[in-house]
Design a protein around this ligand. Structure first.
Ligand code: CTP
Ligand code: MG
Length: 217
């Protein structure tokens, strides 16, 4: 599942981030192609804002099922998950992968699937956090410094047994990633080594970095 229904406000490209061009294709097309290239994926479900469903359906053809998302990322994932369950009712595993992580290597897909096949009920790629992280209050005053050695930055694709994600999304809650919802239902979330190339294109600086990396290849 590829949530791509965000507005891309922090990037400020004037179009939703998924439709921004990078190295000859859009971020969305790159995500869909990478998922197919990994050779593990039966069905790709893309979630875009309602007004783009028709155009993206035409563009992606049989490469993906395209459905309308919602206001929050959680709503978009929920919509995509419902469509995925209807289209592939016997699926055992589901992966959720942000369109915005345009340079993600397909190795992450195979590693996540491998962890699921080995028995993990939920799995996320992570990297150590290079900066010291502070918690702050509403006035910007520091309230604490979590021990950095216990912190990880989380990437996608995030993988779940279907029933684990079903339970996670049965709650009427929102979170910035799907694993957080699974954690709240008591699921054990495993980690695998992420990849620096799976960084999320959030700001103009990230997009410049992605373009420079592709040019160097
Ligand atoms: N997303 C989504 N539906 C939403 C919000 C986000 O499908 N209502 C998707 C985005 O398209 C993106 C991924 O979730 O692929 C990660 O979100 P983020 O990086 O925050 O992207 P945007 O929400 O598009 O960007 P911004 O927050 O800067 O507006
Ligand atoms: Mg967002």
């Amino acid at each position: 599942m590829v949530p791509a229904a965000g507005l891309g406000l922090r990037l400020g490209a004037g179009v939703p981030k998924a439709f921004v061009w990078l190295g000859g294709s859009t971020l969305l097309r790159r995500a869909v192609d990478m998922l197919h290239a990994a050779g593990e994926v039966q069905l790709v479900v893309v979630v875009v804002a309602a007004e783009f469903v028709r155009a993206v359906t035409d563009e992606l053809g049989s490469d993906a099922l395209v459905v309308a998302g919602g206001v929050e990322r959680t709503h978009s994932v929920r919509a995509g998950f419902c469509a995925a369950l209807a289209a592939a009712p016997s699926a055992q595993y589901v992966l959720v992968h942000d369109a915005a992580r345009a340079l993600t290597p397909s190795r992450l897909v195979t590693d996540v699937v491998c962890a699921l096949r080995s028995g993990a009920e939920a799995v996320v790629p992570v990297l150590p956090v290079p900066d010291t992280i502070k918690t702050v209050d509403a006035n910007g005053l520091v309230t604490g410094t979590p021990d950095r050695s216990t912190l990880r930055a989380v990437q996608t694709p995030q993988g779940f047994r279907v029933e684990v994600l079903r339970r996670a999304h049965a709650q009427d809650a929102a979170a910035t990633d799907d694993a957080a919802l699974a954690e709240r239902t008591g699921a054990t979330v495993h980690t695998i080594m992420g990849d620096p190339l799976a960084f999320k294109i959030t700001t103009a600086l990230d997009l410049r970095l992605a373009r420079m990396l592709l040019e160097q290849e």
